[in-house]
Every structure is written in C-alpha cells, then in structure tokens.
Design a protein around this ligand. Structure first.
Ligand code: ATP
Length: 310
C-alpha cells in the first residue's frame, strides 16, 4: 500500500524536557492508523508537528514519498482536539471559507457540504450560525470542515469525544467509508473499543516513546494472550497451580486467569483439574483496553511479548 506520510525519528523538547523521541511510523493510503497512549504521552505533540503547528527538534516528516519536507497542507484534513469554529458565522459560510483556504472549488464544496450535512442529520442547518448549534452538532460541522476538500490524509484527534451513540455510529461509518475510498487516516482516540473495531494498524506511545507498532491482527496475536474467566468458588492457589496460568485476578467468586503466550485454548481446557467449580467459563483474548492499561500502569503483563514492528 502506498505510503501517504512517513514520520521518522521525530523528537521534540519543551524547555529541556524531551517529550517525544525517536517516533517513527507511517500512514498508508486507505488505512486507519491509530495513535494511542495515556494522557501526556505525546500524541498531540506528534500530530502538531505533522500539521506544522510546531516544528520538531529532530527527525523528518515526508508526505507521499516526496523528499520534500514541506507538507502540502491542502491535501491534509485535520480535526483538532480543541474544538471551536468561528461562532458568529453561518454553517455553510464557514464550510465554504475553509474549503477556499484549501484551494478547493467552491461549487464542489457547496455540493459536498449539503450532502454531508444531510448525512449527519443537519439538513437545513446551513444558514444557522455556529453558536446556535449544540456541542455534538458543532463537532459534526467541524468534522465536515476537515473533509470538505477531499484530503488525502485525514488526522482525527479524539473525533468521538462528546458524541452520542447514534452520532458515534455515523462518524464510524463515515471514517470507514473515507478509508475505503483511499483516504489515509491517522486516528487518535482514548476509546479502545472503537480503535479495536476500526483501526488496521496502531502505534502506541508511552512517555514520548514507541511501545507498540503493528497491525491490529499482529498486536492481538503477539500481545493479547488468552484469558479464562471462571465463575465459581475456587482457591486462588489451585488456580495459580494450573499449567500456563501467569496471573490470577479474583473478585468475589469470579476468577480471571491470564494465560501464557502461545497457549492453545483447546488442549489447555482439557488440562483443567476435574475438581474445579465451574458455573460459567469463557475464554477471550485480552482486549486492547487491557493492553493499554497494562502499558500505561507499568504492570508488565506483556513483558513476554517482546519487540514488534509493522
Ligand atoms: N507547549 C508546551 N509547552 C510545554 N510542554 C508541553 C507543551 N505541549 C505539550 N507539552 C508537554 O508534552 C507532553 C506531551 O503532551 P501531549 O499533549 O502531546 O500529550 P497527549 O498524548 O496528546 O495527551 P492527552 O491524551 O492528554 O491529550 C506533556 O507532558 C505536556 O505537558
């Protein structure tokens, strides 16, 4: 797949404090690439460097395999974490103004704006001023503003925050749709369930450094070991002595057994002691949410997983 943007060895300090270092990843045409990390990890700093809102101390950002570090801004769409559009302006006027800034033909922009307003349940709102919109409506307009000019690279910083479930579905559908039509999407979100559902690849950053980079499937196979949840009163010691159980967490009569890497669930289930009390049992892969918490809290559940690359 064609690389749309390549970030290599990015580093940035604020007043002698290095907030990101050696950040390298790429976003490819037609994919959704997630950038994840705890609060303060360095995601927005990375994005702001890509957008040219600030400049890196080290490293390069290359757009579409050119050797030109000047990023063609009119080819990028950006939904910033900080929301806010000019308040006293009508919805259509602001959309057309932003399209014009990107050198996009106005007749086409108007057509797209009307069709997107309809898609996002904002039909008839084109003459309403931005300050009269609800927060969610404003966010929809800002999302439309970020894609009005058909960008080749779309950067979405927390696009789902503050959206109701129906609007969230609309956003999800549209983001997928854009990717299917070839847009390269860099998505920053704290909603791990959505990222797990949507992203093709992910880059996780912690304290300004890479901790995971790979396809969602690879990350799951390599990091998301199986866990077995048993409802039934059992001694912790008994559970801990079962083969390939790395760690046991118990709340009341429910125990979660975290299994070692490469365990095959079927033979492992056969090896369970016959005297275990089982009212219910399920086997799942550890979720991206748990992987995230593990890294962010330095629990090192994943220490076996080792290094991986895309
Ligand atoms: N302009 C600035 N001046 C000084 N320090 C900054 C500046 N911008 C960011 N930082 C620091 O850089 C670090 C990374 O911040 P950044 O906003 O990139 O994190 P983030 O991963 O986007 O976090 P969040 O999930 O909370 O949005 C933080 O320690 C933050 O305090």
């Amino acid at each position: 797949m064609e690389t749309m943007i390549k970030v290599e060895n990015l580093g940035k300090s604020f007043k002698d404090i290095q907030v990101i270092s050696n950040i390298s990843f790429e976003v490819r045409k037609g994919e959704i690439m997630a950038i994840l990390g705890p609060n303060g990890a360095g995601k927005s700093t990375t994005i702001r460097n890509i957008m040219g809102i600030m400049y890196p101390d080290e490293g390069t950002i290359t757009f579409k395999s050119t050797n030109n570090n000047e990023i063609p801004r009119h080819k990028i769409g950006y939904l910033p974490e900080e929301r806010g559009l000019y308040k006293n302006v009508k919805v259509m006027d602001i959309l057309l103004y932003l399209a014009e800034l990107k050198d996009y033909p106005l007749d086409k922009a108007k057509e797209r704006a009307l069709s997107y307003l309809k898609k996002f349940d904002l039909e008839g709102k084109e003459k309403v001023s931005v300050e009269e919109l609800s927060k969610g409506m404003g966010q929809k307009v800002q999302f439309i503003a970020s894609i009005i000019h058909e960008p080749e690279l779309l950067i979405l910083d927390e696009p789902f925050s503050g959206l109701d479930p129906v609007s969230q579905e609309l956003f999800k559908k549209e983001i997928r749709n854009l990717a299917e039509n070839g847009t390269a999407i860099l998505l920053s979100s704290h909603q791990m369930n959505l990222v797990e559902e949507m992203a093709d690849r992910l880059f996780m950053i912690h304290r300004g450094q890479k901790v995971i980079y790979g396809s969602m499937d690879d990350v799951k196979t390599q990091y998301a070991n199986f866990k077995c949840t048993i409802h039934g009163k059992n001694e912790r010691q008994t559970l801990e002595s079962i083969a390939d159980v790395q760690r046991v967490e118990q709340v009341d009569d429910t125990s979660v057994l975290y299994l070692s890497k490469d365990v095959e669930p079927a033979p492992w289930l056969k090896s369970l002691p016959e005297h275990l009390l089982i009212q219910e049992l399920s086997i799942d892969r550890v979720s991206l949410h748990e992987i995230f918490i593990d890294i962010a809290t330095d629990k090192n559940l994943l220490q076996e997983a080792g290094e991986m690359h895309a």
